[in-house]
Design a protein around this ligand. Structure first.
Ligand code: AMP
Length: 541
């Protein structure tokens, strides 16, 4: 028997109209690409989103059309998120750090009809243009006077929307209509397209706004440092408006000085980003004798949260909270919400808990599976392939015929994890990064976290290196803090003092810079290339 309730579709335009109704005077602040700051209210944002929707429709963009965006986190990109989705088109955000070859590939694969870009990326757009027959119109995200000189024949965003009506009669779309698209970062093989629907993003946003999920509220001032091309800035452009939070968008200013200025001036209380960003900001604050102003929480995801970050921020009264997810999961999978009274305990007693990725959020199911396909227990010991299921988790990659699921309908994340009896999931590695030594699995994350505790270490990566007896043994690569000096042998003793015998590293190598991938994560594929001729001292012996 069916229930007898209305079957209203779940649409992103509902989030927008709710925000305009309930918090019209709330602020959105942006560090502009063309210099200076921009601030306006939700009400003004709503008017410009409507103007943009008119401009897009006049341009011939309609239901199902994909539109590329290569930009920083700004109010203009936020407007694109809502206007494109609102008219039934797809906002395809592109990571500029993918490099020209992959950026061109994803634009062509998605068959984007128009490309919006920030001035910073004008050379990239101009270089790609001859290879992009699908793109009919180029639009630079700036006023007429700030346009870059090139022969793209691009329109200025501000001129394009100027004078258009400030309201739009949003269509009532089917809730399964596609609205946004991100490609995976393509560290192995070509990037793959993940196509989100209104329904999947609305549900993900509602759950991320639960007090037990991200744990922020309308009184927070939210700074997504995570880029809007990295899984929709982890859903914050939707969640912030749903909650009515003040939103602070950092534009191109992602260095320590710019981020710190924004944190202080805008009284940011809640910020989100990958560990590399937080390591850089911490180093900046420490070396300049500053503090974090009103910042209460930093939500850290994308890579594992380390003890170094937890303790480094704790000294300033800032609480690191860990989340885990992926492009294929829109991205929310877990948030490691603390139990009541948790922060009354000294930091040393909190670290173990905080270094876990956390329990699944509502509507996401997780399981771990052995190499033989056996279901493993949630006992905090058994380590296996992490698989997930839920209403905002991928079914099929864009353009592929076969779905991306196991025979019984789960998505294999490519992560290896344990699940503790209290439901907390803990990633031990990416399946491809696990170090396999004498039949045992060694977690590269454990080694990296131990290395980051060393005062001279800025960034760390553990690799499994061939060993004639054990198959693989761990080797640690470190990048030191600027001006720091340390002896690799001393680092090795320090690191191994924190690890079990089997995980102890056989060697430490210091490099000038550990390569980072398109979303600020350590690029192990590149490191493996660099060390392809390397032989472990223990293997040579
Ligand atoms: P992406 O799709 O680029 O966001 O990458 C998703 C992958 O990032 C996951 O499958 C994990 O391997 C990794 N990841 C995300 N969050 C975390 C976390 N909190 N700890 C460890 N790894 C993470």
């Amino acid at each position: 028997m069916h229930g007898l309730m209305q079957n209203a579709p779940l649409l992103l335009t509902n989030i927008l109209s709710h925000a305009l109704r309930s918090s019209p005077d709330q602020e959105i602040v942006t560090r502009l690409v063309e210099g200076g700051m921009h601030r306006y209210t939700y009400r003004e944002a709503g008017e410009r989103i409507a103007q943009l929707a008119h401009a897009l429709t006049d341009m011939g963009i309609g239901v199902g059309d994909r539109v590329g965006v290569i930009g920083w986190n700004t109010h203009r990109q936020l407007e694109l998120y809502y206007a494109l989705a609102g008219i039934g088109a797809v906002c395809h955000t592109i990571n500029p750090r993918l490099g020209p070859e992959n950026a061109g590939y994803v634009l062509m694969h998605a068959q984007d009809k128009a490309l919006f870009y920030d001035a910073t990326f004008a050379p990239l757009a101009a270089g790609l243009a001859p290879h992009l027959p699908c793109i009919e119109t180029y639009i630079e995200l700036c006023p007429e006077g700030a346009m870059s000189a090139n022969d793209l024949g691009a329109l200025s965003y501000e001129s394009m929307i100027a004078g258009k009506p400030t309201s739009y009669d949003w269509p009532e779309l089917d809730e399964n209509t596609a609205c946004a698209m991100c490609y995976t970062s393509g560290t192995t093989g070509k990037p793959k397209g993940v196509l989100y629907s209104h329904r999947s993003l609305v549900l993900e946003s509602i759950v991320s706004c639960l007090p037990t999920s991200l744990g922020c509220g309308p009184e927070d001032v939210c700074l997504p440092v995570v880029p809007m091309f990295h899984v929709n800035a982890w859903g914050i452009p939707y969640g912030a408006l749903l909650l009515g939070m003040k939103l602070v968008l950092p534009g191109p200013g992602l260095d320590g000085a710019n981020l710190h200025e924004l944190l202080i001036k805008e009284k940011v209380t809640y910020a989100l980003g990958v560990p590399t960003v937080w390591l850089g900001l911490l180093a900046y604050v420490e070396s300049n004798n500053l503090d974090f102003g009103d910042l209460k929480y930093s939500l850290i995801g994308g890579s594992a949260l380390s003890e170094k970050l937890i303790k480094g921020y704790d000294k300033y009264g800032v609480r690191c909270r860990q989340g885990w997810g992926m492009t294929e999961m829109s991205p929310l999978g877990t948030v490691n919400m603390e139990p009541a009274g948790f922060f009354d305990k000294p930091v040393d007693e909190r670290v173990e808990f905080m270094m876990r990725q956390g329990p699944a959020v509502a509507f996401v199911d997780m399981r771990i599976i052995s190499a033989d396909g056996e279901l493993l227990p949630h006992d905090g010991e058994a380590e296996g392939h992490l698989q997930v299921k839920g209403p905002w988790i991928i079914d099929t990659y864009y353009g592929m015929e076969q779905n991306a699921l196991t025979k019984d309908g789960w998505f294999d994340t490519g992560d290896v994890a344990v699940i503790h009896p209290n439901g907390q999931m803990q990633i031990t590695d990416r399946a491809k990064d696990v170090i396999k030594s004498g039949g045992e699995w060694i977690s590269s994350i454990d080694i990296e976290n131990a290395a980051l505790n060393h005062p001279a270490v800025m960034q760390a990566a553990a690799l499994g290196m061939h060993h004639p007896k054990w198959d693989e043994r761990p080797m640690l690569v470190v990048e030191l803090k600027p001006d720091a000096e340390a002896d690799p042998e001393e680092i090795k003793t320090f690191v191994n003092g924190q690890l079990s015998k089997i995980s102890a590293v056989d060697d430490v190598q210091v490099v000038d810079a550990i390569p980072l991938g398109a979303t600020g994560k350590v690029l192990k594929t590149k490191l493996r290339e660099i060390f392809k001729d390397y032989v472990l001292p223990t293997a040579a012996a």
